[in-house]
Design a binder for this molecule. Sequence first.
Ligand code: ADP
Length: 396
Amino acid sequence: MLDLEKQKNMKILIVDDQFDNLKVLYSMLENEGYDLSIVKTGKQALVHISQHLPDLVLLDIILPDIDGYEICQRVKKDKATKDIPIIFLTAKRDIEDVIKGFGSGAVDYITKPFAQAELIARVKNHLTIKILHEELEQRVEQRTEALLMAKELAESASQAKSMFLSRMSHELRTPLNAILGFAQLQQLAIPENDPDEYKEMSDHILEAGQHLLMMISDILSMVDSDQGKEKITLTSCSIDQIIKQSIVLVEKLGYDGNVTIIINKPSKLYVQANHRRLKQVLVNFLSNAIKYNHQGGTVTVNVFSDADNEVTVSVEDTGWGISNEDLGVIFEPFYRLASAEKKEVKGTGIGLALTKILVQQMYGCIDVNSEVGKGSTFSCTLPKAMPVDDSEPSEQ
Ligand code: ADP
């Protein structure tokens, strides 16, 4: 169906050297709501077309200077004007003119003397085709743009994955080499001769084994959570207890960096969560706040509750901070910021992506505020829960 509303105010140029023809054509079209212009010579027509880009041209063939065919050819050659439809105005007898006109790029012709109904019908048809053509081009452009974006996204995801794989093979190999190397040394060492040396080797093996286990667990948790395999049980959990346990775990894992951890006064609040998973979220926030902090910096844990029956726990650091641009990618799996890579801080780029999935699985939300050079605050908001007896820490 013709969308006539869209044709209102479309620009039509009428080119004819005969005043009577111009008058007739103008009066036949003027009530249709078009924006009409008239010129009498070929030169004027070319100037008008290039300056005003009309939506349609009604073009007489015989003009005093440049003839209609040449005008048509020039318009079709120019990239900016080539899609403007041109309808020739011709006498009925000039069938050769019509053929020549089509050859030079015209889309139609109207014979003199003009019949109003035919003129309007042809003009409307060609304007509709032009609108459809433009809409189609726009859609193709949008699709091409969407495809290009999808391609770029896929490329950057696959690049991030390859980087992750090469980093992982290095990360996994390093502790494994330590385990194997020290175990071999232990076989050779005689414990009775030097028990201290023997103990030191055992410590290295244990430490490397634990690090390896943590990395493998992270990767498996990520894969499982991402595929929705994990079924999470939610219960009422004491925030104070989880914070304390997370800090002990972070210290056990050896994240230190001479950073002071401050817990603001006990909140006595409970949230609906999975104890183990929430601990994993906080351990990740805390370990990042230490890893990406300056020597001697601080990490502050705050808990607050709002009127919406929600509890927010935030981990604020005085570290490197994250730029606005980077905030958009840190929750993507495998992404690590250049600063982390440059300073050779250990990591897999999985922690925050996993944290985000875990928080969502507990029906909570995650947030971050950061300023480069000043520090970052990562927070997680969960539904408030009724207090329970939690003298025994639950580990679902
Ligand atoms: P990982 O720490 O293993 O690299 P994460 O997914 O936990 O992976 O974090 C992704 C990236 O976000 C990190 O590599 C680091 O560049 C940046 N980042 C995370 N937390 C902080 C923070 N508190 N301060 C500054 N940068 C951070």
